[in-house]
Ligand binder design. Structure first.
Ligand code: COA
Ligand code: AMP
Length: 641
């Protein structure tokens, strides 16, 4: 049992957190000193238009200049900024800060020649190659707004994001390389642009040796030719409140939410977090084993480590199979990684293939001080295995695309706190975390409820949704006025430790990838044989959750071969990452008398919970049938709901 936080030895965290609550403006003004501003903010928080808040409203800066120029000017030009390690192509390459700045400034010059200016959007649909990082930083340099779309998404998802962001340019590559196959990006990009209502003027394509593609004359340009003729451009100062990027994430419907990140609050928050949560100093090597298409990639492959003057690692490979379950340890050892950040699903995959940690013992991991985990709950079993095999602190921390940095963590660079397995530890400065009941009253310690954060959210978090203030309010702020609804459920124990038990909405987490069951349902519903359908997340040993579909057929429609067709449809429309493998044909779906499908009840049943039959149910017999289908055979994993 960990000791409580109410002891003198925990005072550093406790005092700092208390200061961030009592005097947020003073707290964040101090943190803002770590940023190089072109105009230092005199105001810290504009709270004149609640529930919309703006941090550092009169500040001005350039994020790329903070991430690159500043370090070159400060004498770190020859230090490695980025290590690219790609077991799938057998390539390794290191970029110094000077080289990364040079490449970025020239690509920014190329984008400017294509007419990209401050506030213009650029969609980046790329595999894990250095050009993806360069493209992001080049946008930041111009004050343009990047929107990275995860390479595993299918054309329809890409088109939806293009239409919402309305980019001037799309940057992509000829292919991605998965261990088992080449993923041809260009046909997917072309398919997306065929249906997009707001296609870009130009596409810039990185031709990869493994598979080159045809370029569309007049629209597509070759990255290498373009950058070869481009002149470097200087960083453009932008208001702190100007958007740096839009990152789309799954909500409860098929329409993804465009999470907006500003420049000023983002730089301040990431500089604070990389130092005090991850304990990273200039010159340290930090590796987030994620993808630039996810928020972890934005915050801790690209911006966090580079803002800090550290070395970041870009890994084009998998935790297993490239070539073996020792891949992470090989990387950590070879590159001198001080802190590694991955999703628990990766650890579970490694553990399954190497339960005794034989591969761990093959490498010198003396420089690896800490393993950070996020993206889904770190289950106590996996936690115990990792601690035993690695012998270093394994830190769960909880956050979301919306927040951009950890809501709850163990601040390793400030004061490591005692760990409780299954808990991401305690709220970070600026996050006033509350557990609320349905009626809005506060839960007692240990009582589970909706995890909410009292407004205003700290710097670095979303100020709104792209072009949609109304949806921002409706999605996050209306349920409990004055609070941000995280969408997760959980509790705070008597020691002040937070326990996050899972989503309380229709978002699921599949192998660390956030997906919407609503989006999958929308795809299933387009099949001509489907009358209605429901998709729920069910527990999976490795991926945490996987979607499972239930469909009711139209009268006279044949069930034969339907499952395969529906699985393929979801792969084609959303992408292989959705991992929909199981679809059951049922006679009816359980509903309330008013016609609402009882998804929450079905979720509970699928996780082995003894779900009460709602009094509003239309036909209890239907629920009994569904129970027989969904009830797990082996007991479910703890804590995934
Ligand atoms: N581009 C194109 N396709 C992709 C892709 C990408 N970037 N990433 C995954 N896919 C495809 C895979 O090729 C696979 O396709 P298949 O069904 O044809 O084989 C499918 O999507 C599912 O892939 P994945 O989720 O990687 O599952 P897996 O069973 O191949 O591997 C893990 C399991 C646990 C090893 C893997 O999911 C993993 O590494 N997860 C960690 C994810 C992560 O770090 N997330 C970020 C959290 S911070
Ligand atoms: P994403 O926006 O893709 O980062 O996904 C955010 C969601 O992942 C959260 O709302 C949680 O449901 C889940 N999540 C992320 N980190 C954790 C964690 N450490 N513990 C529990 N759930 C987590």
């Amino acid at each position: 049992m960990a000791k409580t936080l109410d002891t003198a030895s925990d005072s550093k965290y406790r005092d700092l957190y208390a200061a961030s609550m009592a005097t947020p403006a003073a707290f964040w003004a101090e943190a803002a000193n770590a940023v190089s501003w072109t105009r230092k903010p005199r105001r810290v928080l504009d709270d004149s238009d609640p529930p919309f808040y703006r941090w550092f409203p009169d500040g001005e800066l350039n994020t790329c200049a903070n991430a690159l120029d500043r370090h070159v000017d400060g004498g770190r030009g020859e230090q490695t900024a980025l290590i690219y390690d790609s077991p799938v192509t057998g390539t390794q390459r290191a970029y110094t800060y000077r080289e990364l700045l040079d490449e970025t400034a020239r690509f920014a010059g190329a984008l400017r020649k294509l007419g990209v200016g401050t506030g213009d959007r650029v969609v980046i649909y790329m595999p894990m190659i250095p050009e993806a990082v360069v493209a992001m930083l080049a946008c930041a340099r111009l004050g343009a707004v990047h929107s990275v779309v995860f390479g595993g998404f299918a054309p329809h998802e890409l088109a939806t994001r293009i239409d919402d962001a309305r980019p001037a340019v799309v940057v992509s590559a000829s292919c991605g390389i998965e261990p088992s196959r080449i993923v041809e990006y260009k046909p997917m990009l072309d398919a997306a642009l065929d249906v997009a209502k707001h296609p870009p003027r130009n596409c810039v394509i990185v031709q990869r040796e493994r598979h080159r593609c045809d370029l569309t004359p007049g629209r597509d340009l070759d990255w290498h030719q373009l950058i070869g003729h481009a002149s470097p451009v200087a960083a453009v100062p932008v208001p702190a409140t100007a958007p740096l990027y839009v990152l789309y994430t799954s909500g409860t419907t098929g329409k993804p939410k465009g999470i907006v990140r500003d420049n000023g609050g983002h730089a301040v928050a990431l500089l604070w977090s990389i130092r005090y949560i991850y304990d990273i100093e200039p010159g340290d090597v930090f590796w987030a084993a994620s993808d630039v298409g996810w928020v972890v990639g934005h915050s801790y492959i690209v911006y966090g480590p580079l803002l800090a003057g550290a070395t970041t690692v870009l890994y084009e490979g998998k935790p297993i199979g490239t070539p073996d379950p020792g891949a992470f340890w090989r990387m950590a050892s070879e590159h001198g990684v001080k802190a590694l950040f991955s999703a628990p699903t990766a650890l579970r995959a490694i553990r399954k293939e190497d339960p005794d940690g034989i591969h761990i013992s093959r490498y010198d991991l003396s420089q690896l001080r800490c393993l950070f985990q996020a993206g889904e709950r770190l289950d106590p079993d996996t936690y115990a295995w990792a601690v035993e095999k690695l012998g270093i602190p394994v830190i769960d921390h909880w956050w979301q695309t919306e927040t951009g940095w950890a809501i709850a963590a163990n601040p390793m660079g400030l004061q490591p706190l005692p760990i409780k397995a299954g808990s991401p530890t305690v709220p970070m400065p600026g996050y006033d975390v509350r557990i609320l009941r349905v009626d809005g009253s506060g839960c007692e310690p240990g009582e589970e409820g909706a995890i909410c954060i009292k407004l205003p959210l700290p710097p670095g978090t979303l100020p709104t949704l792209w072009d949609d203030d109304v949806r921002y309010e409706a999605s996050y702020l209306c349920e409990h006025p004055g609070y941000y609804l995280t969408g997760d459920g959980g509790y705070i124990d008597e020691d002040g430790y937070l326990f996050v038990m899972g989503r309380i909405d229709d978002v699921i987490n599949v192998a660390g990838h956030r997906l919407s069951t609503g989006a999958i349902e929308e795809v299933l519903a387009t099949h001509p044989a489907v009358a209605e359908c429901a998709v729920i997340g069910i527990a999976d040993e490795i991926k945490g959750q996987v979607p499972r579909g239930l469909v009711v057929l139209k009268a006279g429609a044949a069930a034969e071969g339907l499952t395969d067709e529906l699985v393929q449809l979801v792969r084609d429309e959303i992408g292989a990452v959705a991992c929909l493998r199981q679809v059951d044909v049922v006679a009816a779906l359980p509903k309330t008398r008013s016609g609402k499908i009882l998804r929450k009840t079905m979720r509970g049943i699928a996780h082995g919970k003894d779900e009460p039959i709602p009094s509003t149910i239309e036909d209890a017999g239907v629920l009994h049938t569904i129970k027989a289908i969904l009830q797990p055979k082996p007991p479910p994993r703890q804590g995934i709901s």
